[in-house]
Design a protein around this ligand. Structure first.
Ligand code: HEM
Ligand code: SF4
Length: 553
C-alpha cells in the first residue's frame, strides 16, 4: 500500500499543529464559532447531538493492521470503545471531546492517517472498489489512480472552498460497480481503448441528498495523462458557476441539471483548452512510481480449491454458506477474498468495537499480509486469504462476530447513525435496522429471498443511501413524531437508479411487518432466476404498494 514520503508526513504533522492551535484559540474564545467552523470542518470535525463527531479518512478503503489497531486504541481511549465505518470509506468516532481531537489527530499522523478534507466544502476522500487489485476481471488496479487523485486534491489551493462538498469515486471493472460511482459528483470508470491505452469514462453530477440524481456521461474517454487537467477543468467550472446563494442547490448536480450536459461540457472543454498538456499532465514515470506502491504481495504458488476445502464445503453447511456468501473469487489460484461482516444482529450496521478492530487486525496479520479494506457497504475485507486457511479463519471470524453469512442479503443493510447520534436526523435509523434484523433472523429464509439492497437514512441528507436501495427507508418527521417513508427500485451499480416512493409513511412499529409483506409479494411473484430488483423492474411498483398497505388480517 502507499507509504507516506517525508513531504506527506510533514504536511500531516503541520496540519495537526495548526489544528491544535486553532482549537486552543477557540476554547480560549479567541476564535468565534463562525471562524472555527470551516477550520474544524476541514479536519473532519462535526459538532453533533451529544458530542463532536470526528471522521477519519481511509483513502480508497485501504488499511494496514497497524492503522486499524490505532483506530481501535483511539476508540478505546477517547471514545466509547467503538467506531462506525461509513459508506465512503471513512471511520467515524461519535464521542470524542473537542479538547482531545488534536491529540487524536497526532496519534493518527503517527500511522499515516488524518481527517483532512473529510468534511467541509472541499474534495473529499476518493473511494473505490474494496476488491481493487485482487479481482480477476479488473481492467487495471484503480488504487494508483486514487492515490494520484488524493495527492492532487489534498490541500488543492483552488478547491478548498467549493460551493459545496465534492466526492469522487473510481471503478475499474465492467462486471460490477461496487463504489456507487454514478451517485457521486464525479464517477470515473477506468477503460482501455482499442489501442490498449488506459483512460477514463467520466460521469458527472450524480448525488443523493435531498435532490437525488444519477450522473451523466461528460466524456467517454479521457486519456490517463489528462486525468488531472480534466478534473481541474470540471471543478473549476463548478467552482465558478455553482450556486453559493442556496446551500440546497449548491452541489454540482444542480449546475449540470440547470445547464444541461451539453452546455456544461462546452464550458468544461473551453476550460480544458487552457489546462490540457500543461503542468498537471501526468507523465508515465509518475504512474509507474505510484503503481510501485501497489505491487502484489508475496503470493505462494497454490492449487485452486484444495481437497481440504472441497471436503469442508461438502461436510459443513455452515461453512459452505459463509463461503458462498462472504467470500469472493480471487485473481490468484489458491486465494480467496473474504468479507468480515459488521452486520451482526444487535450491532448497529457498520459499527465495530475496539476489540473487534483489534481482532480484525490480528486476522489480517495472520491471514492477509497485514492489510484490510473497508467497503462501501460498511464491512471489512481481507483481500488475500489462502484457500487452505479459510476454515481456520472462519472459526476465528465467528468468534468475533464477523461471520454472519449474509453479505448482499436483506440484513446486510446500509444504515446511517440517525437520531441516536446525528443532530440533523428526523428519525432514528438504528432501531429500524434492528427491527428488520429481528423480523428476518432466519438464515434459510434470508437465503431463499436472495440478494436485496436495503438502505436506511434518518433524514433526507441520505447518508444511508436510501435512494439507491432496492428498498430504501427514510426517516421523516410528522408533527414531532418519527415516521418512515419507503421507496423501491433504487440501485447503485452499473444499473444505477433512484427509487420511487411507495406512498404515505409508516409508523416505526409497522416497518418490520411492511417489509415482510413486500418480501412475501416478491417471493410469490418472482421467476426462478430473478433477484428482488429484477422482479420489481418487471412487475412495477403497484403490486408492492398494494401489499405494503394491505391491512394485516
Ligand atoms: C452523524 C454525522 C453526519 C452528518 C452531520 C452528515 C451530514 C450530511 C449532510 C448534510 C449531507 C447532505 C449533503 C448534500 O447533499 O449537500 C450528507 C450526505 C451524505 N453523507 Fe452524511 N452525515 C453524517 C454521517 C454520515 C455517515 C455515517 C455516512 C455513511 C454511513 C455518511 C455518508 C454520506 C453520504 C454517502 C451522503 C450522500 C451522498 C451525496 O453526497 O450526495 N454521512 N451528510
Ligand atoms: S442521513 Fe441524516 S440522520 Fe442520517 S447521518 Fe445523514 S444527516 Fe444524519
Amino acid at each position: 500500500m502507499y507509504q507516506y514520503d517525508a513531504i506527506d508526513q510533514q504536511l500531516v504533522q503541520e496540519r495537526v499543529a495548526q489544528f491544535r492551535d486553532q482549537t486552543r484559540r477557540y476554547l480560549n474564545n479567541e476564535l468565534s464559532e463562525q471562524e472555527f467552523l470551516p477550520l474544524r470542518l476541514q479536519n473532519g470535525l462535526y459538532v453533533q447531538r451529544y458530542a463532536p463527531m470526528l471522521r477519519v479518512a481511509i483513502p480508497y478503503g485501504m488499511l494496514s493492521s497497524a492503522q486499524l489497531r490505532t483506530l481501535a486504541d483511539i476508540g478505546r481511549r477517547y471514545d466509547k470503545g467503538y467506531g462506525h465505518f461509513s459508506t465512503r470509506q471513512n471511520l467515524q468516532f461519535n464521542w470524542p471531546t473537542l479538547e482531545s481531537v488534536p491529540d487524536i489527530l497526532a496519534e493518527l499522523a503517527e500511522v499515516e492517517m488524518h481527517a483532512v478534507q473529510t468534511s467541509g466544502n472541499c474534495i473529499r476522500n476518493t473511494t473505490t472498489d474494496q476488491y481493487a487489485g485482487v479481482i480477476a476481471d479488473e481492467i487495471v488496479d484503480p488504487r494508483p489512480y486514487c492515490e494520484l487523485i488524493r495527492q492532487w486534491s489534498t490541500f488543492h489551493p483552488e478547491f478548498a472552498f467549493l460551493p459545496r462538498k465534492f466526492k469522487i469515486a473510481v471503478n475499474a471493472t465492467e462486471s460490477a460497480d461496487r463504489a456507487a460511482t454514478q451517485v457521486h459528483d464525479i464517477g470515473l470508470h477506468i477503460k482501455k481503448n482499442d489501442a490498449g491505452e488506459i483512460g477514463f469514462k467520466v460521469i458527472v453530477g450524480g448525488g443523493l441528498g435531498r435532490t437525488p440524481m444519477v450522473g451523466v456521461t461528460i466524456s467517454e474517454f479521457v486519456p490517463r495523462e489528462d486525468l488531472l487537467t480534466y478534473l481541474d477543468a470540471i471543478i473549476r467550472v463548478y467552482n465558478q458557476n455553482g450556486r453559493r446563494d442556496n446551500k440546497y442547490k449548491a452541489r454540482i448536480k444542480i449546475l449540470v441539471k440547470a445547464l444541461g450536459i451539453d452546455a456544461f461540457r462546452k464550458l468544461v472543454d473551453a476550460e480544458w483548452e487552457h489546462l490540457r498538456g500543461k503542468e498537471s499532465t501526468v507523465p508515465m514515470s509518475e504512474f509507474e512510481r505510484l503503481q510501485g506502491f501497489f505491487t502484489e504481495p508475496a503470493y505462494k504458488a497454490l492449487e485452486e480449491q484444495p481437497q481440504s476445502l472441497t471436503d469442508k464445503l461438502a461436510n459443513s453447511a455452515g461453512f459452505a454458506r459463509w463461503y458462498e456468501r462472504n467470500t469472493f473469487s480471487h485473481k490468484k489460484a489458491g486465494y480467496r477474498i473474504v468479507t468480515l461482516t459488521l452486520k451482526k444482529n444487535g450491532q448497529a450496521p457498520g459499527d465495530a468495537t475496539s476489540e473487534q478492530m483489534d481482532k480484525a487486525a490480528d486476522l489480517a496479520d495472520k491471514y492477509s499480509f497485514g492489510e484490510l479494506r473497508v467497503s462501501h457497504e460498511q464491512n471489512l475485507v481481507l483481500a488475500d486469504v489462502q484457500q487452505d486457511q479459510l476454515v481456520e479463519l472462519w472459526e476465528a471470524a465467528k468468534e468475533s462476530g464477523f461471520a454472519t453469512p449474509t453479505l448482499g442479503l436483506l440484513t446486510d443493510m446500509i444504515c446511517c447513525p440517525g437520531g441516536d447520534f446525528c443532530a440533523l436526523a428526523n428519525a432514528k435509523s438504528i432501531p429500524i435496522a434492528k427491527q428488520i434484523q429481528d423480523t428476518f433472523d432466519d438464515l434459510d429464509y434470508l437465503y431463499d429471498i436472495g440478494e436485496v439492497d436495503l438502505n436506511i437514512s434518518g433524514c433526507m441528507n441520505a447518508c444511508g443511501h436510501h435512494h439507491v436501495g432496492n428498498i430504501g427507508i427514510l426517516g421523516v418527521d410528522k408533527k414531532g413524531e418519527e415516521f418512515y417513508q419507503v421507496s423501491m427500485g433504487g440501485a447503485s451499480g452499473h444499473d444505477a437508479s433512484i427509487g420511487k416512493i411507495l406512498g404515505p409513511s409508516f409508523a416505526q412499529e409497522e416497518i418490520g411487518s411492511v417489509m415482510k409483506r413486500i418480501i412475501d409479494l416478491y417471493v410469490d411473484q418472482r421467476t426462478e432466476e430473478e433477484r428482488f430488483i429484477d422482479t420489481f423492474r418487471r412487475i412495477g411498483i403497484k403490486p408492492f404498494k398494494e401489499a405494503a398497505y394491505a391491512k394485516a388480517n
